[in-house]
Design a protein around this ligand. Structure first.
Ligand code: B12
Length: 287
């Protein structure tokens, strides 16, 4: 039944260095996430995520987009900084596949979350209910989506958990679904052995159609360099992803949205916003 999570676990079996208890707990929790509807799940260690490349780049970003996020900071921390609960030790990261043939999973109905997001949220809610009953002694903290409101950098957590790698399209690319996944995370107070990272890298020999079809040319120029930033990991890997251009396209999508009905999420007509996904949909992995 184990889907794409922790291919490391399913291939190599149990890590002998773990105590039987934490290993059993890790299996139980990841399998619970899959049972609740996640398509991939893994574990990252909080210590490995602190002060990651996104958090370090953020204060020096030149291509801030949608800076209204800054107005929404509820953590009390500087913009871009990640809040951690004092007793958080492990991050459970999970993904729901968003295949090309189910585009509606990613459609916003006005301000209402797309069906895919709703599923991610439902998994979190049901997982917490399970934990409250099965492991009331473990702290469980559902992560918000926006870093400004208590989220974390989900792609980095997913890489650390072994779900995939950051592709040249600046997205998490998974072996099974390519980049066509949406992510969420739940922190817990127990230290579990991480399920990643691994050396999966399908971009190395790819002619990168994902980069060529961006309607705003968001990958056309190098915005950041390792020398200037002191970082090895940059947006689009080598600093070629231009966030502000991407945000222009998303605004175009919002402005051109047509009013329609999505009965599965809303009982009245709303603007149905279909954000651009060309960098995802042109990726050859997982199709
Ligand atoms: C703000 C935001 C946006 C903004 C800005 C995007 C940006 N990347 O800057 C806008 C609105 C433009 C946007 C656009 C999109 N987004 Co967006 N976005 C986010 C959000 C909330 C935070 C991302 C962020 O601020 N990153 C900070 C900047 C500094 O980092 P970064 O550009 O991501 O680059 C870092 C990594 O690439 C990393 N890196 C590079 N190489 C390596 C290697 C290693 C080993 C490591 C560890 C790290 C690493 O280092 C960089 C820092 O230098 C996340 C959710 C979350 N909480 O994480 C979703 C998220 C990243 N978005 C997502 C998606 C799908 C999209 C869109 C396709 C639009 C859509 N239809 O939803 C586009 C795609 C853009 C792209 N190609 O990157 C998904 C990605 C899923 C996936 N498979 O990766 C996320 C995770 C949300 C989700 N629901 O799952 N997004």
């Amino acid at each position: 039944m184990v889907t794409c999570y922790n291919d490391s676990i399913s291939q190599s079996g149990v890590n002998d260095t773990l105590t039987a208890n934490t290993d059993a707990l890790r299996r139980e929790l990841l399998e619970k996430l899959l049972e609740l509807g996640a398509d991939c799940a893994g574990v990252a260690r909080v210590e490995d995520l602190r002060d990651g490349p996104s958090e370090r780049l953020f204060p020096n970003m030149k291509d801030h987009s949608r800076d209204h996020f800054a107005e929404e900071i509820t953590t009390g921390l500087p913009h871009g900084a990640v809040y951690w609960e004092p007793d958080a030790r492990s991050v459970l990261v999970y993904a729901v596949a968003h295949p090309a043939e189910r585009p509606e999973l990613d459609w916003w109905c006005g301000e209402i979350d797309p069906p895919g997001n709703k599923r991610l949220l439902a998994i979190s809610r049901e997982f917490r209910a399970y934990m409250a009953q099965a492991h009331p002694d473990i702290g469980v903290y559902s992560r918000r989506y926006h870093v400004e409101r208590g989220g974390l950098y989900l792609k980095e957590a997913a890489v650390a958990a072994g779900l995939g790698c950051i592709g040249r399209n600046n997205l998490l690319v998974t072996p099974r679904y390519g980049p066509r996944v949406r992510l969420r995370a739940i922190d817990i107070s127990v230290a579990l052995e991480p399920t990643g990272p691994n050396d999966f890298d399908p971009c190395a020999d790819c002619d990168a159609p994902c980069l060529k079809h961006c309607p705003q040319g968001a990958f056309d120029e190098q915005i950041y360099t390792p020398e200037e930033t002191g970082l090895a990991h940059l947006p689009g890997r080598d600093g070629r992803y231009f966030r502000a251009a991407c945000a222009v396209q998303m605004k175009v999508n919002e402005d051109s949205a047509q009013v329609g009905l999505m009965p599965e999420v809303c009982d009245h007509p709303e603007k149905i916003i279909k954000y651009c996904r060309k960098c995802e949909l042109f990726c050859k992995i997982g199709r």
